[in-house]
Write a protein that binds this ligand. Structure first.
Ligand SMILES: [Zn+2]
Ligand SMILES: [Zn+2]
Length: 389
């Protein structure tokens, strides 16, 4: 190991990350092998897994970094308290790094730039981050909050208190010293390592695994499998394209427990102002992306050799899609004007307009599928591949 590398190491971060990781790989399996775990301890683990992990995805990420919705004080307190127990830094530092990630994605200024390799983006950047605190010049809005300033100032005692101390205390109340040890090892140590690495996946795997239906200019990718590990953050290509949307999975079948929780909090009055990108804008982004790829493909030697008859059917399909898109945009606008009472309409007419707008949206989806099938059938295999891979 060169002197240079030793100097660049962030020793507090490295010691913590390495010792907890090794502890979870050695002490925890030994404990599980030699002791029986009761149901209470398993439920406690599940509680801390979601409470701390989703305080990162729902609180640190969607609420504070992106301002995707407004939260009641209770949600603020909860995410700030349990978020500290995930051992990922204060909200201010985390959000400053994350906003820099979005602003400079895949470039040198990106704190977890995937172009420096999987390990660097996953946790290497934490092991080698320069000493001293993160520059907080891009979180002026968050610095106005007393709660966030308090958490930032007392982050170190707070993270140990919440991440290790509170599960141990609950375990002790449940079953004395042996309950405290089990809770410390399972809901404290093991849980902290699992939550850390699962959320680190967002910066590593989510920039490597999956497809890019909305934008191929960045490495961010959509993957339903990654969503399972990351509390729904696996739809990362969508997220980088539309970062202020409170949802990461926009398709109804997408696994996004963070989105469901925000939605549920809204229903019980604990969250408001949920920001959503309109459906037609999302569809437009997908169509635009596919058309760009088609044009790029047509400019390659492989594309130039495509027979005219195929090109004609492709263009005809493209025409139908563009017509359907115009129709949908017009219908949706009419419906919105009626809802905002800017045009004279009865309730029956509003219901009709809603039905027509939905029908037009379905038609666009069909035309888009037809267009994609045509491309797939002609083996123009660029549809799911990206030129940057
Ligand atoms: Zn990203
Ligand atoms: Zn983000």
């Amino acid at each position: 190991m060169s002197d240079n590398l030793l100097q660049r190491m962030n020793w507090p971060n490295s010691t913590f990350l390495l010792s907890t990781f090794l502890g979870a790989l050695t002490i925890v399996p030994w404990y599980l092998w030699t002791h029986d775990l009761d149901l209470f301890q398993i439920l406690l683990f599940v509680f801390y897994y979601f409470a701390t992990g989703m305080s990162i995805t729902l609180g640190y990420h969607r609420l504070y970094s992106h301002r995707a919705f407004k939260a009641n004080r209770l949600v603020d307190w909860w995410t700030v308290f349990f978020g500290a127990g995930a051992f990922e830094g204060s909200v201010l530092a985390w959000s400053a790094d994350h906003r820099r990630h979005h602003q400079h994605v895949d470039q040198d200024e990106d704190p977890y730039n995937i172009n420096k390799g999987f390990f660097y983006a996953h946790c290497g950047w934490l092991l080698m981050s320069p000493k001293g605190s993160t520059c907080l010049d891009n979180v002026g809005d968050l610095k106005k909050s007393r709660l966030l300033r308090f958490q930032h100032r007392y982050y170190v005692p707070l993270c140990f208190l919440v991440g290790f101390g509170s599960p141990a205390l609950i375990g002790w109340l449940w079953n004395g010293a042996s309950g405290a040890l089990a809770a410390f090892l399972i809901s404290g140590l093991l849980r902290a390592v699992v939550v850390q690495h699962f959320t680190f996946f967002i910066n590593s795997f989510c920039h490597m695994v999956g497809t890019r239906p909305y934008d191929t200019k960045t490495t961010a990718r959509d993957s339903g499998i990654m969503a399972l590990f990351t509390y729904g953050e696996g739809y990362h290509n969508y997220h980088h394209k539309f970062q202020y949307d409170y949802r990461n999975a926009v398709k109804p079948w997408g696994y996004d427990p963070t989105k469901w929780m925000i939605w549920a909090l809204n229903k019980v009055g604990l969250a408001s102002g949920l920001r959503r990108v309109p459906d037609e804008k999302i569809m437009q982004a997908q169509i635009f992306e596919q058309q760009n790829r088609l044009e790029e493909h047509l400019a390659t030697p492989q594309g130039v050799s495509i027979p005219d008859s195929i090109l004609e059917s492709l263009h005809a399909s493209q025409e139908r899609l563009s017509h359907a898109m115009k129709e949908w945009t017009a219908k949706k606008k009419q419906y919105q004007l009626a809802m905002e009472k800017k045009i004279e309409t009865s309730r029956h007419q509003i219901a009709e307009l809603k039905k027509e707008a939905k029908e037009a949206a379905r038609h666009v989806q069909q035309m888009f599928e037809e267009w994609k099938m045509l491309i797939a059938a002609r083996n123009l295999g660029w549809i799911e591949h990206s030129p940057q891979v």
